[in-house]
Design a protein around this ligand. Structure first.
Ligand SMILES: NC(=O)C1=CN([C@@H]2O[C@H](COP(=O)(O)OP(=O)(O)OC[C@H]3O[C@@H](n4cnc5c(N)ncnc54)[C@H](OP(=O)(O)O)[C@@H]3O)[C@@H](O)[C@H]2O)C=CC1
Ligand SMILES: Nc1nc(=O)c2c([nH]1)NC[C@@H]1CN(c3ccc(C(=O)N[C@@H](CCC(=O)O)C(=O)O)cc3)C=[N+]21
Length: 448
């Protein structure tokens, strides 16, 4: 289906740098477009959530708009989406181009955000999340659709279903474990050290055990009381280090205060560091051209969710809220490896909302419930909520429920895609732990 942009609209369009860069690369056949590098050892297809009326079939992830066609006759640009292209400018689109009906593709082209629109126009358009970052194309499409822009508030962000994605990944891992078992008679093994009685830690470890069992991965655990000594923990760690049937070791954090976390983690063998917290793994993640043995599970899960939701990371502005060794810092490093321009917000950052407002991708890992309000977000931003704050709730099965960092009800009306808590990043963290454990076993057995 074709549509026409009026000439005055065309004048207001300037192609932003990402498009320009890609256009340049495309016009030079010796250069390949650099894609975000794949992360998973398992080659699984893209997965799209079906729980929103706005979803992206992978086939329309790249569309082209004819540059010069019909200019003289229609005094506009004719765009044909997708499939029937003239001389093209290739646009890489955000993940969330909507497809309202099968034969009516609707593309909020956020690439055109430099257009000159009056503030009033932009403001009202921005309230329309599915088009919000495209002040140029939205009115054209709205007129074309015969809908009022005011109907905006009915739209809401696509929910990125981490649980569903994680289930598919885990099914892939189970198949790989089975293949390994059938070929060499071995399976991967994960060992967990759990110290103390924290309810949330117990829940996370239980989830890890269930996930391992379902995937056919051996799971062993060493449990200690709150008052145990450092030596006891180190002894267990060193026995797991020596055990050839253990390919991954995880010390559940946080540890009780009397234990020296750094000292204990230092005991862990690099090649079994499936959490990816070892300084050498983090250092290699940070350095260009170096490959860490393991990428920390939560950051890897966040990026995996972005990629599988069709969100292009390259050239995008990302803000990571939090800079901890286990989530915030490695997430920033990993996004940078995927060619995002990354800013960090932490507890001492001034005007965090202004910095966050600039981001196309927001990953938040502060552990502060409802920290990120709707007005912290750029319309159309993709929001990944890592935060899990255990709130007392006697009506819940385990006496608490998890709250994220993001004020979900507000964010869902502004963002283009968002992860829920629970059911977002958490299950992906566990899936990535299984991926790392499988990778480690494959390395140990020289099995590919
Ligand atoms: N879903 C999952 O799979 C996982 C979830 N989590 C959850 O993610 C959250 C973060 O975990 P973790 O990194 O270990 O936590 P830490 O407490 O180690 O780090 C929190 C980070 O957030 C920053 N921060 C705290 N308050 C604010 C604020 N008001 N504004 C901006 N930044 C702030 C801190 O800044 P500063 O450095 O200045 O102190 C710090 O860098 C927790 O809720 C945790 O439960 C963690 C791991 C996995
Ligand atoms: N060495 C170490 N490695 C970790 O990866 C690690 C850690 N320590 N300490 C604590 C944090 C937190 N974390 C989570 C894992 C799973 C869920 C998870 O599965 N969450 C589910 C719900 C869980 C529930 O049932 O309550 C969800 O968000 O849907 C959450 C959080 C890993 N962490």
């Amino acid at each position: 289906m074709a549509f026409v942009w009026h000439k005055w609209l065309r004048k207001s369009i300037r192609f932003p740098s990402t498009s320009r860069a890609l256009f340049t690369l495309k016009s030079d056949p010796s250069q390949e477009i650099i894609k975000s590098p794949p992360l998973l050892s398992l080659d699984l297809p893209d997965i799209w959530t079906s729980n929103s009326k706005y979803f992206d079939p992978p086939s329309i992830r790249e569309c082209r708009i004819s540059k010069d066609s019909s200019d003289s006759s229609t005094k506009g640009i004719e765009g044909v989406l997708p499939g029937d292209f003239g001389p093209e400018i290739s646009l890489r689109l955000d993940a969330w181009h909507c497809c309202m009906e099968e034969d009516f593709p609707l593309f909020p082209l956020s690439e055109f955000s430099e257009s000159k629109f009056s503030k009033e126009d932009s403001a009202s358009l921005m309230k329309w999340p599915c088009m919000g970052s495209c002040p140029v194309i939205a009115p054209v499409l709205a007129a074309w659709l015969g809908v009022e822009l005011g109907a905006a508030n009915e739209c809401s962000a696509r929910v990125i279903d981490g649980k569903l994605v994680a289930e598919k990944i885990r099914a892939g891992i189970a198949a790989e474990v089975m293949r390994m078992k059938e070929s060499i008679g071995k399976v991967p093994g994960l060992a967990v050290i759990l110290v103390g009685q924290r309810r949330d830690s117990k829940t996370y470890v239980r989830n890890k055990r269930i996930a391992c069992e379902e995937a056919g991965i051996n799971f062993v655990m060493a449990k200690f009381s709150d008052t145990c000594s450092e030596d006891e923990v180190c002894e267990a760690l060193s026995s797991f280090n020596e055990n050839p049937s253990v390919h991954g070791i995880l010390v559940q954090l946080p540890l009780p205060h009397h234990l020296d976390e750094e000292k204990i983690l230092n005991e862990l063998r690099l090649e079994k560091d499936v959490d990816g917290f070892h300084p050498l793994n983090i250092g290699n993640l940070a350095m260009r051209g170096r490959e860490p043995l393991f990428i920390p599970c939560t950051p890897k899960g966040c990026v995996e969710l972005l990629l599988r939701s069709g969100v292009d990371i390259m050239g995008k502005r990302a803000v990571v809220i939090g800079r901890s060794n286990i989530v915030g810092l490695p997430t920033s490093l990993l996004l940078q490896r995927h060619h995002a321009t990354v800013s960090t917000v932490h507890a001492l950052t001034k005007n965090p909302e202004q910095i966050t407002c600039e981001a196309d991708i927001v990953v938040t890992a502060a552990g502060v419930p409802n920290l990120v309000r709707g007005n912290w977000l750029k319309p159309g931003a993709v929001v990944i909520d890592v935060g899990t704050y255990p709130l007392e709730d006697s009506t819940s099965e385990y006496g608490y429920r998890l709250i994220g960092d993001v004020c979900y009800e507000e964010a869902v009306t502004v963002a283009s895609a968002i992860t829920p808590v629970p059911g977002g990043v958490g299950p992906m963290t566990i899936a990535m732990l299984l991926v790392n454990t499988l990778d480690s076993a494959k390395r140990a057995f020289n099995f590919s």
